[in-house]
Design a binder for this molecule. Structure first.
Ligand code: GRF
Length: 219
């Protein structure tokens, strides 16, 4: 079976993009990162992608101003030019219209730094700390018109420690992000995800024991 052609959309440093590139270096991985697109010319991830020999494109949102349709037309044209089959949003800081998202229905993923449906939106780590959440984590989900919604493919939890700052918590969450995004993309590329009533049913995936996440009293 041929590998699925994937575009990763970024706006910044692109560490999740790098994790996907790394996973796809394995010829047995069912997807190849064929393109990295940034909406910001200065995104650090562009250099990382280029260093791996991956095609990059900049669709600079500032040149489009308020013309969202024009921006998305350019984006769609670029994806078609590179014969992209799956789109992965990875720190892509721009909302996509319902029309655009519907064109990619079931073929567009996002990673969110929280255990959805908790903490949709920005500043997830700060809000998790303010709430006193004991566990936090990351979610890979299908993109639907409503932000940070859509069927969940993979999640991973980390414990919140008493001395955590936004930065230390973000770092711990990022580690699990880098594991679950390549896994979720693999499952999609292998055709193992079926969406039923807004939920993902996934063939052949073991659910890990959650016991480790239950707090125990210190002695
Ligand atoms: C990640 O925390 C991701 O979950 C969120 O934006 C951040 C992007 O980081 N959507 P990076 O650019 O992948 O390093």
């Amino acid at each position: 079976m041929s590998r699925k052609r994937v575009a990763v959309l970024i706006s910044g440093r692109g560490s999740n993009m790098a994790a996907l590139i790394e996973a796809a270096k394995d010829k047995k991985y069912p997807a190849e990162i064929a393109l990295v697109v940034s909406n910001r010319a200065e995104a650090g991830g562009l250099l990382v992608a280029q260093a791996s020999g991956i095609a990059t494109e900049i669709i600079d949102q500032t040149t489009f101003g308020k013309d969202r349709t024009g921006f998305e037309r350019a984006l769609q044209g670029t994806l078609e030019k590179h014969r992209i089959e799956i789109v992965c949003l990875a720190g892509f800081m721009r909302l996509l219209s319902a029309e655009f998202v519907k064109q990619w229905d079931g073929r567009i993923l996002n990673i969110h730094p929280a255990l959805l449906p908790a903490f949709k939106g920005l500043d997830t780590h700060r809000r998790a700390l303010e709430t006193g959440a004991k566990i936090h984590g990351a979610t890979v989900h299908f993109v639907v018109p409503e932000m940070d919604s859509g069927p969940v493919i993979a999640q991973s939890a980390v414990s919140v420690k008493s001395g955590d700052t936004e930065e230390t918590l973000a770092m711990r969450v990022l580690e699990v992000e880098h594991r679950i995004y390549p896994l979720a993309l693999k499952l999609l590329a292998e055709g193992r995800i079926h969406i039923e009533k807004g939920r993902c049913l996934i063939d052949g995936v073991a659910v890990p024991e959650a016991d480790a996440l239950v707090p125990t009293e210190s002695t």
